[in-house]
Design a protein around this ligand. Sequence first.
Ligand code: GAP
Length: 445
Amino acid sequence: MAENTLMEKLVSLAKRRGFVFQSSEIYGGLGSVWDYGPLGVELKKNVKDRWWRAMVHARDDIEGLDAAILMHPRVWEASGHVAGFTDPLVDCKQCKNRFRADDKRIKGTPGQPDAQCPVCGSKGTLTEPRLFNLMFKTFMGPVEEQAAVVYLRPETAQGIYVNYQNVLNSSRQRVPFGIAQIGKAFRNEITPGNFIFRTREFEQMEMQFFVKPGTDMEWFERWREWRMEWHRSIGLTPTKLRWHAHGPGELAHYAKAAYDIEYEFPFGWQEIEGVHNRTDFDLGRHQEYSGKKLEYFDQAANERYLPYIVETSAGADRVTLTLMADAYREETVEGETRVVLGFDPGIAPIKAGVFPLVKKDGMAELADRIYHDLKRQFPVFYDDSGAIGRRYRRMDEAGTPFCITVDGDTQAGQTVTVRARDTMTQERVAIDQLAEYIGSRIRGS
Ligand code: GAP
């Protein structure tokens, strides 16, 4: 399948089946902002639930947090975002378009007569690069003045750093320990794109692990291993995952070491998660800017220090896109194309479709009862319209791993057929075993 065709097909399937819609579509859409439909919201919620389970519920050494999006503006001075979270941009004085200075389409040197605008083609109309801050600004309170400026957070991490002592004092944690958070972040990206890969509003799943200086690289290596394992555990193809080490020129201002987990998308290998050794940069800066002591006192060793931080930072939207791209396949079955999202059953938005073979002989009533019974435990979908083959195909496109059909033999034997999405094989299962049948298969994944 041609690479960009796959992305086009994914975008179209996402809309058709209710995964992702363009924001404000009836008004012509809003640039690179997307809304999640009924199936998309379930899929993304499963991603976040799996992350939360692995990071918070399954461990004794990590606590959860939900900090506000708006924070004191000094936070962003301390973090380095006011001064350094910038991209160099150039403007075309002729057509008024704005580009990143490193836009590969620009010929010549911006600011010089030889530079050519990639949109209108004019020569010598591009300005010298100017720094543009990627943070969204707004005003707090009724007066729009400089003193009232607040920012929409560009990363969730800072909410964790400023709460680190609150969490320590209110929990039983001791260093080494972590704080995990899932929440929205906003960046006024200059070149967003590739569907939900790079957007201006997105969700991050971030964890900051506080460790004793000197043990940071050991923890960094452990976290690298655990995070890669998590991506495999949600069903991503292992050969499409790899590490990218940041070289000295690539490291963020806060990082001593950084690795990205990359996935091979149709548009190339791209980052889906970063693991960073942020040293004591963040706590040091917040200590300096707030004037509050943020040192940790280790009672057993009778020593004080500023913990180092190992960060794991993944995008919930990006992982959702990764799952969709990884799961998409087309097969030819009896001369027709079958489109399947082959999600791992634990990640699939709907766990089972429930159908009466025909709407007579009490089949619809029985199917409806099974549907309502299962619905108490799993997201399931009832469908009695159209030929059974078409109902299977709709569930294949939604990534539903099982389809349960009530047929002419159900009444007598109290059994139904269960059709597996991937193999399309069917087996008969007792009605009273259905919940266990589905439950064991989604728990196992
Ligand atoms: N706190 C560290 C941090 O924010 P980052 O590499 O800038 O690091 C971490 O972002 C993750 O957040 C990325 O790996 C990606 O999954 C996600 N992310 C970042 N910018 C994004 C955007 N514009 N749209 C969607 N996801 C984004």
